[in-house]
Structure formats: C-alpha cells, structure tokens
Design a binder for this molecule. Structure first.
Ligand code: HEM
Length: 304
C-alpha cells in the first residue's frame, strides 16, 4: 500500500477521534448557520438577517472563525477519505456477515452522503461566499451611516487641504476637487434608489449592482458588503435550484443521522443506557437541521 503523507500517518483511532471532534464542531456551525438563516423568514424585509450578516461579515473574531471553519471542513473531508480508503483496501471484498447490519449500512452510506455534502458545499460557496471575496458578481448593500461618515471624512479632508494651501495654484486645485465632489454628490440625489434610502430614514441602501457600487465609490470611498438577503431571494426563484438544494439537504440529513451517533460512539460513549438516547437525539438533530434549512428555499420560491 502506498504511504500516506506524514501528517496523516497517526494511528487509526486518533484519526477517528479527530474526525468525530471536527464533525461535532461542524454540527455546532450548522446550528449557528441555521439560526442566522432562519432570520430570513422573518417578515421584516431582511432587517434582522442583514444585521446578523453584517455582524458576521465585519467582526474580527468571526473572520478568524471562518478560516478555522474552512480548515476544519478540509481536514474532515481528508480524514474521512483516508479512513475510507484504508477500509476499502483492508476489506476489498466487503464485510462478511456484518454487512447486512443496519450500522454497517449506515456507515457505508456515510462516505457517499458525505461526498454529496462536499459537492453541495462547493456549489453553495459559489452561490454566496464567492460574492463576498469578489470571485463572483453578486448584489450589494451600503449602510446609510457609512455614507454619512464617508461624506464627513471627505469634506473634512478637503477643508483641511484647503487651509494648508500656500499657492493660488493649490487653492484652485482644491476648489476644483470640491466642485467635482459636489457634482459627484448629484448622483446621490438623482439616483432614485439612493435618494429614497437617504431621505426615507432607512438603515441600508440595498440590492445594488456592481456597476452602481462603482459609481458610488467613485464619489465616496464608502464600504459595501454583499446583500445576501437579495441574493438568497433571487437564487430561490429558480425551481431547479430549489430542487437541487432539497436533494442535497436530504443527503445532509442522512449524513447527520448516522454521524451524530457515530461521533459519540467513537468518543467512547457507547453505553446500553445512553446509546438509545444518543440515537434519538441524533435523528431529531438531523431532521431538525435539514428541515430547518429546507424551509428557506421553499419559503422564498412560494412566498417571495
Ligand atoms: C438552504 C439554506 C441555506 C442558506 C440560505 C445559506 C446561506 C448562506 C449564505 C448567505 C452564506 C454567505 C455568508 C457569509 O459568507 O457571510 C453562506 C455561507 C456558508 N454556508 Fe450556507 N446556507 C444554507 C445552507 C447551508 C448548509 C446546509 C451548509 C452546510 C452543509 C452551509 C454551509 C455554509 C458554509 C460552510 C458557508 C461559508 C462560511 C461562512 O461564510 O459562514 N450552508 N450560506
């Protein structure tokens, strides 16, 4: 058998324990992700969801967490594949008598349901996360308070520069910059979406295209972020995408159903008293998470 990379050469049980611990961590992520996503269902035009997404997108601890999360997902997949390939090589003709047991069937499904979840993650990241890192074009939003702040900073910078001018030439240049700045601001008044948000007392200017973002940032260097509410709403108008999500969420349900119980078993919690409880909690968790996520595409397809 060819040798594994050095960092994966630790004992099989250590691999399994690491896999189980990462799995439990990923389940916690799923619960958090579901909690935030359920805000999408609130009838508030996306206010709660945008506030949560803004926090998740700007908080530094969350940013570090995101790196840890991606590392955990990669390691989880790598360890699962390593263990599975090792098992296949060790038992090329399959199980002898145990193959018909429910557990053996459940474990066999794990790798395939897991691979489907991994495929789902790739598609899902392209749908949303790519827009955040700029690899895909999405829809965007700008906080009105960020525009007000950027406006004050720019105005202050121009008046500071004006005070510091020494020659007529410099003064004329700043005056020209100031006029250009005022002309640029015209755009905020003439663009319906912008002026509505600025005068209507809204917190955000939403559903902006990349072209609109370019026009705005040419006048004011203001921070913008993806408008995930609009992106979710638009994505789930497509029947095929909704069906695809439901298919993958079914795979996730199968994966979690076995994973929950299997993780606790690996961590040594197999006990005649607790195992049945763990199994029931696992089924409730798997169904709760999958159905919880599935409601979102269905809701947006039929109700938005
Ligand atoms: C169908 C319901 C779902 C919706 C509406 C949804 C929505 C989103 C959105 C808007 C983002 C971008 C957030 C950001 O980058 O700040 C995101 C990221 C992500 N989603 Fe989902 N998601 C759903 C289901 C899932 C499921 C079932 C999984 C896991 C199996 C998952 C895993 C992830 C991961 C790993 C990220 C990137 C990490 C992050 O940025 O938080 N999502 N999702």
């Amino acid at each position: 058998m060819p040798k594994l990379p050095k960092f994966l050469q630790f004992a099989s049980i250590t691999k399994k324990i690491t896999l189980a611990l990462i799995g439990l961590f990923l389940m916690l992520f799923l619960l958090t992700h579901l909690g935030i996503n359920l805000c999408l269902l609130r009838n508030d035009g996306g206010e709660w969801f945008r506030a949560a997404a803004h926090f998740m997108g700007t908080n530094y601890i969350v940013k570090v967490f995101e790196v840890v999360l991606f590392g955990a997902i990669a390691l989880h997949i790598l360890l699962a594949l390593t263990i599975q390939i090792h098992n296949w090589r060790a038992r090329p003709v399959g199980y002898a008598s145990g193959s018909k047991s429910k557990t053996a069937f459940g474990s066999k499904l794990m790798i395939w349901s897991g691979l489907l979840v991994a495929l789902f993650l790739c598609i899902h990241l392209v749908n949303f996360w790519f827009a955040k890192v700029g690899w895909n074009e999405g829809r965007y939003l700008i906080k009105v308070s960020a525009i007000e702040k950027a406006y004050k900073v720019k105005q202050q910078a121009l008046s500071d520069a004006f005070i510091k001018t020494e020659t007529d030439e410099e003064r004329m240049q700043i005056e020209a910059d100031f006029v250009a700045f005022q002309d640029g601001l015209e755009f905020f008044q003439t663009n319906e979406k912008l002026s509505d948000a600025l005068h209507g007392g809204f917190d955000y200017i939403t559903d902006l295209s990349k072209a609109e973002i370019r026009e705005i940032t040419a006048v004011l260097p203001v921070k913008y972020e993806p408008d995930f509410y609009v992106m979710v709403r638009d994505l789930f108008q497509n029947k095929w995408i909704v069906l695809m999500y439901l298919f993958f969420l079914t795979a996730l349900c199968f994966h979690l159903m076995h994973a929950f119980q299997s993780a606790f078993q690996t961590l040594g919690m197999a006990h005649s008293k607790y195992t049945p409880i763990i199994k029931v909690v696992g089924v409730i968790f798997a169904l709760g998470v999958s159905v919880g996520f599935a409601i979102i595409p269905i809701f947006f397809y039929f109700c938005k």
